[in-house]
Design a protein around this ligand. Structure first.
Ligand code: ME8
Length: 681
């Protein structure tokens, strides 16, 4: 059995996980399951990236020691992956002692090979991405995130990245699938062809990092540190059995990353490894972004959705199916509750759910729950052979497309088979055959054909729908587990004849669209307002639903709808444009946030309003955790007279909507590309 070692990015712990992080981890989990069903020993590593300025600032804002802060957030990631049933084999935190040892070892290897020197850097720096921009001037937008850069002057240790231009180009040439998809590979090649500057790999202005073994209070640049997690997590530099495991599993077969961090993985990482004389990973796949409301879903843009409410309402399989089917892997894709519920209802409830339910119900009713024997030539027709041929074709197509990371096409192929079998049932009308005793052999053949196709569908869909495929498998009365089936051995005709099916239950109950969306919104609102961490139960009256148990209240037919929205407050008195012009509203960005001592309601915020940095006190502490606000764009009223609140002078007011029927504030969001200081009119 050959090994297949894959990784997700190691997520920053400056904020709680959102659907973007979940997307990458779900895809990695699908690949891991698929490779296992191909017979590989597939092992997956995930983890958290816990050093650097961003994390340090978030910890400060939360009034916590960075270690205690990261302990808490990393736990949220693990709790969410567990709750969603995501399977991983290794979890690395970059603050673990074993990791520091590995990073220092990498440094020694690279230094010994002559690729490290001490130099100085003066120029623009992006604190958000921890990036020395190298060109232009302070204030220019960061090439990665677009935030304004700041001037820094530092003595640093540099890595001779420039020495790796040609070796990297050779790597991309010799190993054309090192960077995938193809379009991203071309981007990487032109970036390297454009010339590589040496890379600063130390930070003198930061404490929260792994100390460099140079004795001058430098810490490692967060990316030199983080990438190494892919090796530490499986045993590099740990000695003994751990080290042996590293030798067996390294190089990684796949680093799965979002497109914005491809450069770090496809350029810096192989260059570090080449310099250290260590084997290179076999490939990097950069996927696109999940967009929400036309923008990249991200904490700083304030447009995030969490996986947990979706899991509670429709089960993790519904979410997995949507993400893998709706988004062409490698490209950006939009997320909306509307499309999510539509996909669930049409593809899962209607197509697969109905196929499973009616096939099994009829076997139960007409054959007393025994898989019928397809009878001989006389009762066999061309349509049966067509389903069989389609199933054989689908096994081939689904396996090949999944193998090439074309998940959406693979699912399309599987659902092509589902549609064909549903059509076959409609055209062959087993319910009519059941009324005619002399058609019993034909009835047996039709139901056998549908059940066998259903078995094949459950095996092919298992990497994406692990829970539901398992349910269908068990309802078919099959032994073993669906995920233990080997794809290479899957073929028509393996359904044991005469086998007894189990109790038939709907696998995907239909959801009432409006009620489901309202419930999803309510849960999401509750999660963000309470700052609840994944894994905790919702405080709300709606009973928490177990995995794969769709929320009862959201189901169709006569379900209690969520409470209607309370009436909006009456409009105020009209004012003139001149009155309005007196109000100077600006876009700002929260740099720091902390609770005001002695009250549960107030937060003290440091806000960059373009022209200056202001301190403001806002009554939003019950709705927002301080750390959730760092980096967030806000709208402020900038020309209010200062006023003292709890002894702190507040210089401006943050604009928020107030939910009708409660006094809960919801901050107004502003796209990230709007510069701080922009005026609203
Ligand atoms: O970049 N759509 O961590 P991070 C799709 N610590 N995927 C998304 C996404 C979105 N809207 N938002 C986040 C870091 N992701 C570094 C990585 S690796 C050694 C260090 C996913 O917390 C996607 O995989 O910012 C993206 O690359 C990753 O989360 C970024 O996570």
């Amino acid at each position: 059995m050959s090994k297949y070692y894959l990784t997700t990015p190691l997520y920053y712990v400056n904020a709680q996980p959102h659907l973007g992080h979940t997307y990458s981890t779900i895809v990695a989990d699908v690949i891991r399951r698929f490779r296992r069903m191909q017979g590989h020993e597939a092992l997956m590593l995930t983890g958290t990236d816990e050093h650097g300025q961003k994390v340090e600032r978030s910890a400060q804002a939360a009034g916590m020691d960075p270690q205690a802060f990261t302990d808490q957030v990393t736990q949220s990631f693990r709790a969410l992956w567990d709750e969603l049933g995501l399977q991983y084999d290794f979890f690395i935190r970059t603050t673990e002692a074993r990791h520091a040892v590995a990073v220092q070892k990498l440094f020694h290897l690279v230094e010994k090979a002559g690729y490290i020197y001490k130099g100085s850097y003066a120029g623009p720096y992006c604190f958000f991405d921890e990036l020395y921009v190298g060109e232009g001037q302070a204030g220019d937008p960061c090439p990665l995130c677009g935030r304004p850069t700041e001037q820094v002057t530092e003595e640093n240790y540099f890595f001779k990245l420039s020495a790796f231009e040609q070796p990297l180009l050779k790597l991309y040439r010799d190993q054309p699938d090192f960077v995938r998809p193809e379009s991203r590979r071309n981007e990487v090649i032109s970036f390297v062809r454009g010339g590589l500057r040496d890379l600063s790999i130390s930070r003198a202005n930061l404490k929260w990092g792994i100390p460099m073994p140079t004795g001058d209070n430098h810490v490692f640049y967060v990316w030199f540190d983080a990438l190494m997690g892919y090796m530490t997590g499986i045993g590099f530099a740990q000695g003994g059995a751990e080290e042996e495991r590293w030798k067996r599993l390294w190089p990684a077969d796949l680093h799965l990353v979002g497109k914005e961090i491809l450069r770090f993985h496809a350029v810096y990482w192989p260059a570090f490894l080449m310099a250290a004389g260590l084997p290179l990973p076999r490939g990097v796949y950069a996927h696109g972004w999940l967009l929400f409301e036309q923008d990249k879903m991200s904490k700083s843009r304030g447009n995030i959705v969490s996986a947990e409410p979706i899991h509670r309402v429709m089960g993790a399989d519904g979410l997995r199916y949507f993400l893998l089917r709706e988004i062409v892997f490698g490209q950006d894709g939009s997320f909306s509750y509307d499309a999510l519920v539509d996909r669930y209802n049409s593809d899962l409830a209607n197509d697969l759910g109905n196929l499973a339910k009616r096939t099994l119900d009829m076997i139960s009713r007409y054959f007393d729950g025994e898989i019928p024997y397809p009878s001989g030539v006389a009762a066999r027709q061309g349509a049966d052979q067509e389903v069989q041929d389609k199933a054989t074709e689908t096994i081939q197509a689904a396996t090949a497309t999944f193998d090439a990371f074309e998940f959406s096409r693979g699912l399309e192929a599987i659902w092509g088979l589902v549609a064909a079998v549903n059509k076959y049932l409609v055209e062959n009308e087993p319910w009519t055959l059941a009324d005619q005793p002399d058609e019993r052999p034909r009835l047996a053949t039709v139901l056998y054909t549908a059940a066998e196709a259903l078995r094949i569908v459950s095996v092919l869909a298992a990497p994406v729908l692990p829970v539901s495929a398992g349910r269908i498998w068990r309802q078919l009365g099959l032994s073993g587990e669906v995920h233990e089936q080997l794809l290479a051995e899957l073929k028509w005709g393996q359904l044991p004849l005469g086998g007894k099916i189990a109790k038939v239950e709907a696998v995907f109950p239909r959801l009432d669209k409006a009620a489901t969306i309202a419930e999803l919104r309510r849960l999401e609102q509750e999660l963000s307002a309470a700052g609840r961490k994944p894994g905790q139960k919702p405080a709300a009256p709606a009973a928490p639903q177990g995995p794969q148990a769709p929320a009862e209240q959201a189901r169709s037919a006569g379900q209690p709808a969520p409470p209607p929205a309370a009436a909006a407050p009456p409009l105020g008195e009209r004012i003139t444009i001149d009155d309005f012009a007196k109000v100077d509203m600006r876009v700002g960005q929260v740099l720091a946030a902390e609770r005001v001592k002695g009250t549960d309601k107030l937060l003290k915020l440091t806000v960059d309003i373009g022209l200056e940095t202001r301190t403001m006190v806002a009554g939003i502490a019950e709705a927002y955790r301080p750390e959730s606000l760092i980096g967030r764009k806000v709208v402020i009223v900038a020309n209010l007279q200062p006023r003292k609140l709890r002894g702190i002078e507040s210089n401006g007011m943050i604009v928020a909507a107030v939910l009708t029927g409660s006094d809960k504030p919801v901050l107004v969001s502003v796209p990230d590309e709007v510069p701080n200081g922009s005026k609203l009119k």
